[in-house]
Ligand binder design. Structure first.
Ligand code: ATP
Length: 440
């Protein structure tokens, strides 16, 4: 008996297919061979800022226990399914497969996987690693998918993970509007949240389980555990047939994409988590985006809450110079503009005092003095008493926001971003989590 890990990536295009669907087909075919699957198949989200991704930058892997004499049949099924189903006619689809026979995953493969989630790698790096650890790789066309294929095998999901149940459409329905019964989904969410999460936007009530692309996915239900995913799936009513469904174990909703850095270490397309002090007050720019600057001991950088982050911008607008905050987000750069962190979460650690300027009080008549003119101080209109310019009083104002952590709504959330409800529902709290308020 052997343990064989199978990684697959880059099989779809914007016009159709989905690597998770190919995974579901392959799982079914290899099960027919009497092969045992270890744990759940994995859906691994890779660097969300990678510019050449088709949509959500995901790769999949399946680990099986298998007799030596069945290995070649499994390989034939995997490669055959890619040939039959991948969008090979699209010039941007370059599938890759990796087969790795080993019970343990070596550290070099785990490190590679982390790098593909947090940074960039080249096909050459992937090939070099494969030959070093004796993994078998197959490239279709340019074969860029070998990167994701190896990365999906290397992510063991040993720390944080979630599940997604994905239901697929029958071919005749693909490319048409998805026929889902919204009230049943709202009800499902009421009954299963927070063991299922991000399936309905709690503020706007928007249903978030189905994509708008021509891919085979009818819907996907994100959940903390497989039982909740299946319960939720049983509650969803559809007005079109479901061809099949599968549950993936995944790094979605785990914050796996962030690296902790100082501002002067930031690179384009990083996803960063860093602490600093607000160095310019937020301003709203054309398009409804809210921008401010943040500095730490090394440098200064722009941060932005873009229009799709909706009410999250109201929080960002209330921070002021001097606030100590932690930001979470992806680093992007528009042509001609500086690096900007696209905010995904904002943690307010310490609020700076905010003051109102109040004119001095006349002790004689108890009235507030008025301005005596530019640079001329103040005067009490009633008793004509004069006050110097520096007699202005600073009165501390209550801040309109509280210390705590705030997040963008589900509609603007990246697959890898951990929703705040997951910090309280299941896993231990992170060190910096002192939350007065959960905002969504
Ligand atoms: P979908 O989510 O719809 O399955 P996708 O967004 O995952 O599609 P792919 O079609 O898989 O996009 O294309 C992404 C390609 O980029 C893959 O070939 C993958 O191997 C490669 N890739 C992903 N992340 C990185 C990275 N960090 N560095 C280098 N290559 C990467």
């Amino acid at each position: 008996m052997q343990v064989l890990h199978i990684g697959i990536d880059d099989t779809d295009s914007r016009k159709g297919m989905c690597t998770t669907y190919l995974g579901a087909i392959i799982v079914e075919k290899i099960k027919e061979l009497g092969v045992n699957i270890i744990d759940y198949p994995k859906l691994i989200r890779l660097n969300p800022n990678w510019p050449f991704k088709t949509r959500g930058n995901c790769a999949i892997s399946i680990s099986i226990v298998i007799d030596n004499d069945k290995i070649s049949s499994v390989k034939r099924i995997v490669k055959g399914s890619i040939k039959d189903l991948a969008e090979l006619d699209d010039e941007n689809t370059n599938p890759g497969v990796a087969f790795y026979k080993s019970f343990n995953i070596p550290n070099s493969l785990k490190d590679f996987s982390r790098k593909v989630v947090n940074d960039f790698v080249t096909i050459e790096e992937a090939e070099k690693l494969a030959s070093k650890i004796d993994a078998e790789i197959h490239k279709f066309k340019l074969g860029r998918g070998v990167i994701g294929a190896l990365a999906a095998i290397g992510e063991g999901l040993t720390e944080d993970y979630t599940y997604e149940l994905i239901a697929y459409r029958i071919p005749e329905y693909r490319g048409t509007i998805r026929k889902l019964d919204k009230p049943s989904i709202t009800k499902m969410n009421e009954l299963t949240y927070p063991n299922t999460f991000d399936n309905v936007d709690l503020t706007s009530k928007e249903i978030r389980i189905s994509p708008h692309t021509p891919c085979p996915i009818l819907y996907g239900i994100r959940a903390e555990n497989p039982v909740s995913a299946i319960n939720a799936h049983d509650m969803v009513r559809t007005r079109e047939p479901i061809e099949r469904w599968i549950i993936y174990k995944t790094n979605q909703a785990t914050d796996a994409h962030y690296i902790d850095v100082k501002i002067n270490e930031i690179k384009l397309y990083d996803s960063v988590r860093l602490e600093g002090v607000v160095s310019s007050n937020p301003i709203k720019i054309t398009g409804g985006h809210v921008i401010f600057k943040l500095k730490d001991e090394t440098d200064e950088i722009h941060c932005a809450a873009f229009e799709p982050t909706k009410d999250f911008r109201r929080i960002v607008e209330k921070i002021i110079i001097g606030d100590r905050i932690k930001v979470y987000g992806g680093v992007k750069q528009k042509i001609g503009l500086p690096f900007t962190i696209n905010l995904e979460k904002l943690e307010i650690l310490k609020l700076a005092p905010l003051f109102d300027k109040v004119n001095p009080l006349c002790e004689k008549c108890g009235k507030r003095a008025k301005s005596a003119g530019k640079s001329k101080g103040f005067i009490c209109k009633k008793c004509k008493k004069k006050f110097p310019e520096n007699s202005i009083i600073l009165k501390q104002k209550e801040r309109e926001i509280k210390v705590g952590i705030y997040e963008v709504p589900p509609r603007a959330r990246r697959h890898l971003s951990k929703p705040l409800i997951r910090f309280v529902n299941r896993r231990a709290l992170p060190h910096s989590f002192e939350c007065d308020l959960l905002y969504s």
